[in-house]
Unconditional design. Structure first.
Length: 138
């Protein structure tokens, strides 16, 4: 069986990290599927998904990591083409990736104790995001 649902969020932009664990958990709990996998996917080229311990220190550390790897103020060819100033956003999103798969058993996500599912907004402006959650299993 396959079920498709969405998680909708409003973002502020600029390296915002949004914990969507509870929303994904609710989708799994409401489904007819007991055991399977949740594929979480963000349509769009400037957002990404990952897992992390969602706590204040790491919420501050992660943007610093991204800035060190892919600085916002660098000249990117994308910016010269589109003049939107978000070349770094596309590169950061590509590095992290647009999807994540989390298995579940007995309608319980098999996440570690300190592991949460997070959406990462890398664009330089706010967005209304519709994140796809596809459940597969039985």
């Amino acid at each position: 069986m396959v079920i498709l649902s969405t998680v909708e969020i409003e973002t502020k932009g600029r390296n915002e990290m949004v914990d969507i664990t509870d929303e994904v958990r609710d989708i799994v709990n409401r489904s007819e599927i007991t055991d399977g996998s949740a594929l979480i996917f963000v349509p769009g080229a400037t957002g990404a998904l990952s897992t992390i311990e969602y706590e204040p220190g790491l919420i501050e550390d992660f943007p610093e990591l991204m800035e060190g790897l892919i600085p916002e103020k660098k000249n990117y060819f994308h910016n010269e083409t589109w003049h939107d100033g978000n070349g770094h956003s596309h590169l950061r999103a590509t590095l992290v990736g647009p999807s994540l798969t989390v298995p579940f058993e007995g309608r319980r996500l098999l996440l570690g104790t300190w592991q949460q599912i997070v959406f990462l907004e890398f664009d330089n402006k706010p967005h209304h995001r519709k994140i796809a959650v596809q459940l597969m299993g039985e």
